[in-house]
Design a protein around this ligand. Structure first.
Ligand code: EPU
Length: 418
């Protein structure tokens, strides 16, 4: 199993090119199932979750090949309608197979995704919405069996919570449904607007993506297209925090500054100097930083996917701060590992109260999930001495060339195999 070894204390300096967004690329790859024509997707990051998705598409019957950052899917005819446990268990986003297959085949059987380290993560919002589009759903032998014998019909669907995955899944189904669908209380994340862009290039009629009401006029057929995935705002935010935690100076290339506002705004409040151009953001440490509370919210609020990394930074800022997690029920698994590095943290329900310590000291730590892993790497960069970060396969799911990019910025970091 691979490990990352960090000798902390180096200030990061220089430029880093931000990769394409994992969470945009995943639904976009599933969208390729909506047409039999070839599709080309560029700026696709090289990540374990992308490989899992490509294997999944190929299993279903959609030939998809990745070369560098470009995925090409070929013309296809027959899809399987069953998504087995072995594929679904590897990645929760596998449930996004439901929308396109239901739209194309009028039926799909998906192994029920279990919970994961960050919470139970049910899919009731997806299933309720599919029912409203006319699907019949049964859960049997660990599978969600979904069928719409007469096809899907547009409906007005009101989400009880703006779930990212449910918004994507229902859009993927509704683009080929008969009539108009309205998703009310939809998720507004930029990844959803990016998928809508791709769908519209394929001939879909989607409007309002990126706002809380999305309207979809169903069409008969979709065609092939070429689409470039947006930059990864979570990877970008992680490097901004890397600049702050190492008292360094980092320029992010190829980002959408608007997508980073929640994090860059908080960093500014802490005292970082932040500068933006049309497609770059720079973060420079100029004075001692002050701690700052955050509360995670859906977009455009502070992203839950940056909560752990933010906490790592607060651990070493003089004074008290508080982190509140509103989106997931159990996303504090990094707390115990940060404590191993010397952090002073107390969990209280949805809150973590942080007392800044003078320094963290390197130690062996274990990654429990993707963003917890990012937090531990950041803490290791700031800590005195050597940290060994174990179970980094979680990091390989979501950070392209993490240690190479950090090394180029001046970190003393390497990957080893045991
Ligand atoms: N939820 C329900 N019922 C549902 C769907 C969601 O109760 O039917 C709950 C979940 O349990 C969770 C909350 O709603 O507590 C948010 O879930 P959401 O559906 O919005 O998240 P997701 O689609 O499963 C995506 C990202 C996550 C990111 C969340 C929130 C992808 C592939 N994943 O997950 O990314 O944290 O949105 O922004 O897009 C990550 O990249 O590390 C990651 C976990």
């Amino acid at each position: 199993m691979d490990k990352i070894i960090i000798n902390g204390g180096k200030k990061l300096r220089g430029e880093v090119k931000i990769s394409g967004s994992k969470n945009a690329a995943l639904p976009i790859l599933f969208a390729a199932l909506l047409t039999d024509e070839p599709v080309t997707i560029t700026n696709v990051p090289s990540l374990a979750d992308i490989d899992t998705t490509l294997a999944f598409l190929n299993f279903i019957g959609k030939t998809a090949v990745k070369k560098g950052g470009t995925v090409k899917t070929l013309a296809s005819k027959n899809y399987k309608h069953i998504a087995p446990y072995d594929l679904v268990r590897k990645m929760r986003a596998s449930v996004l197979i439901m929308g396109p297959l239901l739209a194309r085949l009028n039926k799909v059987d998906v192994s029920l995704p279990g919970g994961c380290a960050i919470g139970a993560r049910p899919i009731d919002i997806h299933l309720d919405a599919f029912r409203q589009l006319g699907a019949n759903i049964e859960v049997e032998s660990g599978y969600v069996k979904t069928a719409a014998e007469k096809g899907l019909f547009g409906a007005n669907i009101n989400f009880r919570f703006p779930s990212v995955g449910a918004t994507e899944n229902i859009m993927l189904a509704a683009v080929l449904a008969k009539g108009k669908t309205k998703i009310i209380n939809a998720a507004k994340e930029p990844e959803i607007a990016d998928m809508a862009d791709m769908l519209n290039k394929m001939g879909a009629k989607v409007s309002g993506a990126g706002t809380k009401t999305i309207t979809i006029e169903g069409v008969e057929k979709l065609h092939g297209c070429t689409h470039r995935v947006i930059p990864d705002r979570i990877e970008a935010a992680t490097y901004l925090i890397a600049a702050a935690i190492t008292k360094g100076s980092v320029v992010l290339k190829d980002v959408v500054p608007e997508h980073l506002k929640a994090v860059s705004g908080k960093l500014k409040k802490c005292g970082m100097s932040i500068k933006e151009t049309k497609n770059s953001v720079s973060a420079k440490w100029v004075k001692d930083l002050k701690p700052c509370d955050i509360s995670t919210e859906v977009y455009p609020g502070f992203p839950t996917d940056v909560q752990a990394q933010w906490m790592a930074l607060m651990c070493i800022l003089k004074g008290k701060s508080c982190v509140k997690e509103n989106v997931f029920e159990n996303r504090f698994l990094h707390v115990a590992e940060l404590q191993r590095l010397g952090a002073d943290l107390a969990v209280d329900g949805k809150f973590v109260n942080i007392k800044g310590v003078e320094k963290l000291s390197g130690a062996p730590v274990m990654v429990s999930d993707l963003r917890a892993g990012a937090a531990l790497v950041l803490a290791g960069l700031a800590a005195e001495g050597k940290s060994t970060v174990n179970r980094i396969y979680h990091l390989d799911r979501g950070y392209e060339s993490l240690e190479k990019k950090l090394k180029k910025l001046g970190a003393d970091i390497k990957r080893t195999r045991t």
